[in-house]
Every structure is written in structure tokens, then in C-alpha cells.
Design a protein around this ligand. Structure first.
Ligand code: AMP
Ligand code: MG
Length: 351
């Protein structure tokens, strides 16, 4: 598939026009956003959106996010734009925040998986904004990867996952945020966090204080590690194994490093065929003891949540590319809300 380099700050107008023409013609274009790379299609064209589902192997019950270049364009997709949505869009757009609002009649069912609400977002990336403006249509764009796999944060990740399924990939370099947007439901009295992201509850609550709206999580107060099955239709990304490398994933607390080493040593003693192992670590090491785990490739991950998020998917893609059979991940610090988005993705990768 053609991969075209594009200037991430000042995208070349002729490249933008070429990509926009494909979108208007009902074709797919993969493009960078600040969160992850999106696989875009005209959100108002059911056949175009069907191409997204086919390319990703994404089940039809999983709705997609419509990307827009302005708040005005977002309002047009909603039959009743909530005050909470206006407040949040004004504060955080363009940015890594998706608003679920009552859908307008002209938004096709395939874009919302039959739900009466549509998810909208204005991304904070010059290429994405230029493309959305030039296309002149809202662009449905889930992450540009096969269903359940790790989301792409570089154009190379898109190519690895989707191969020849996309006619054009705009390569604008690595994504700055690195994990998917925070998704909030604005259709009720409270704003409900359906998917945590790097924009956290405290920030959302601060912005909604002046209009007296409360922000809560869809699941238990902390980020759920096992969302209940009945939540699946409401926000499908929550329930299944997702954001996952091909390898088995062990998520462990740094304090349990010795137990992990013991378990690895036991595997080695039991003659478990040697699998390649990648360990994403922040504070501990696994290779220090004399215990048969020398074959672990240790990846030192950042201690800062934002930097960690930016590096996470590339580290998981690297593990896949190296043929790792087991990925060991040191869990984020407990009780620190800045890590909610990362903790959510890791818990689902490990499921
Ligand atoms: P992705 O496009 O892979 O980043 O995933 C989009 C996610 O947005 C889905 O998994 C849902 O959690 C959420 N979403 C999209 N549309 C809706 C909607 N209409 N109602 C509730 N959640 C939605
Ligand atoms: Mg995805």
C-alpha cells in the first residue's frame, strides 16, 4: 500500500487534497492523529464505513468515532447537542476527548452500530485537521489496525497490521499522546467516562464544575480491571481483550518481581519450551537473579504517565515483531489517577 510522508506541522496541500479525494470517493485513508493512527472513511457513507469494518475485521457491534474539524461540524451530527458536550468541546478540543451525544437522523446506523448516540471528536493534529477540512465530510476513524490488536502509533505499525487493505497511508511520524482518546457519554445528567484516556476525570470535572455536571466512571470508581459483560453494547472497547500483542501478557506489581522470577525459573526447570520474553519495566529488573531468565529482553519504560503512554504501543509492537511469546509488564503505580488510561489499556492487553 502506498505510504506517503507528510509534514506533520505543515502538511503539503496537494497530499491533503489527494487523500481528501479518496475519502470523498468512499475509499479508506489511514492518517495520524495525536492519539493513534486512524483508519478513515466518510462517516455519512454506509458503504465507505463498511470498508473500515472489513479492513479491520471489526465486529459490527463496535461503533466508530466520527472525526470533525470544528465544534460546528460536531453539532451537525447531533440532534440535541448537550450543554456538557459544549462545555467539554470548548475546553478540550482539539484534543484527545471523544463525546458521545444523541445522533442526528442522517448519521447512518453502521457508524454507531445501531446505537441512538454518535461519538464525535476533533483531533489535535495538523494533518488530521487539514484532511477533515478538505474532505468536507465527518470521517469515521477507528484505530488503523486489525481488530483486538495493538493500535498503531506510527505508519509502519499501520502497514504491519493492515498490509494491503488500505489504499493510502499518510505518514506524519509518531503520535504524541500514544493511547486512544478518553470517551465520555454526554447523553445523561451526569457525564460518564466510558473509556479512560490521558485526559483524566479531574480535568473533565473541573471544566464541568461551572455548569454543575458531575463526572463519573462507567464502572467501579477506580478503573475497572474486568468490565462486566452487560457493558459491552454501551462501550464495546471496555469488555473484550483489546489493545493486545500476540504474546501472552503477564501484568504484575513491582513488589511481586521475585514471584515473577520464581515463576519464570519454574517454567525453565519444567522444561517449558523456551519462549522469547519481553519485559516492560519501570522500577524493577528481572534479570538480576541467577535464575534462568537471562533470555528476557528488558525494556526500560518511562516513569511519567504521559511519556509512558507515548512509548507503550511501540514497545508492544516491538515485542510482536521480535516474536515474543510472553510479555511481562510492571503495572503502573496504584491509586494515581494520571495512570488511569494506561492502566485500562494494560489490563485489557493482559486479559
Ligand atoms: P476505537 O475507534 O477503536 O478507538 O474505539 C472507539 C470506541 O469508542 C468504542 O470502542 C466505544 O467504546 C466508543 N464508542 C464509539 N461510538 C460510541 C457510541 N455511539 N456510544 C458509546 N460508545 C461509543
Ligand atoms: Mg482500536
Amino acid at each position: 500500500m502506498p505510504v506517503v510522508r507528510i509534514d506533520p506541522q505543515h502538511p503539503e496541500p496537494e497530499l491533503i487534497e489527494q487523500a481528501a479525494a479518496l475519502l470523498r470517493a468512499g475509499q479508506l485513508v489511514a492518517f495520524p492523529t495525536e492519539t493513534v493512527y486512524g483508519l478513515g472513511a466518510n462517516a455519512l457513507d454506509p458503504e465507505a464505513v463498511a470498508r473500515i469494518y472489513a479492513a479491520k475485521g471489526r465486529p459490527a457491534w463496535n461503533p466508530v468515532i466520527a472525526h470533525v474539524p470544528s465544534i460546528v461540524a460536531a453539532r451537525e451530527l447531533s440532534r440535541a447537542w448537550p450543554a456538557s458536550a459544549e462545555q467539554l468541546a470548548t475546553h478540550f478540543w482539539p484534543g484527545p476527548l471523544t463525546l458521545v451525544v444523541p445522533k442526528a437522523a442522517h448519521v447512518p446506523e453502521i457508524s454507531t452500530a445501531g446505537l441512538d448516540a454518535v461519538a464525535v471528536r476533533m483531533p489535535d493534529h495538523a494533518v488530521a485537521l487539514a484532511l477533515l477540512t478538505a474532505a468536507g465530510v465527518p470521517v469515521a476513524a477507528p484505530s488503523a489496525n486489525r481488530f483486538t490488536q495493538v493500535s498503531p502509533t506510527t505508519a509502519a505499525h499501520v502497514v504491519q497490521s493492515l498490509g494491503d487493505r488500505v489504499p493510502l497511508v499518510l505518514d506524519g511520524g509518531p503520535c504524541a499522546v500514544g493511547i486512544e482518546s478518553t470517551v465520555v457519554d454526554c447523553t445523561g445528567d451526569d457525564v460518564v467516562i466510558l473509556r479512560p484516556g490521558m485526559l483524566g476525570r479531574e480535568s473533565l470535572q473541573a471544566a464541568l464544575e461551572e455548569i454543575g455536571v458531575f463526572v463519573k466512571f462507567a464502572t467501579r470508581p477506580a478503573v475497572a480491571h474486568d468490565a462486566t459483560p452487560d457493558m459491552a453494547p454501551r462501550s464495546p472497547g471496555m469488555a473484550d481483550r483489546h489493545y493486545a500483542p500476540k504474546a501472552e501478557v503477564w501484568l504484575f506489581d513491582g513488589a511481586q518481581a521475585n514471584e515473577v522470577q520464581d515463576a519464570l525459573a519454574k517454567r525453565a526447570r519444567d522444561g517449558t519450551p523456551g519462549v522469547r520474553m519481553h519485559a516492560l519495566l519501570r522500577s524493577v529488573s528481572l534479570a538480576s537473579h541467577d535464575n534462568h531468565v537471562a533470555s528476557v529482553t528488558e525494556v526500560r519504560m518511562p516513569d511519567d504517565a504521559s511519556q509512558y503512554a507515548r512509548a507503550l504501543y511501540a514497545a508492544l509492537h516491538d515485542a510482536d515483531a521480535a516474536g515474543a511469546g510472553l510479555v511481562l509488564i510492571e503495572a503502573p503505580p496504584e491509586g494515581d489517577s494520571r495512570w488511569d488510561g494506561v492502566r485500562d489499556r494494560l489490563s485489557r492487553a493482559a486479559r
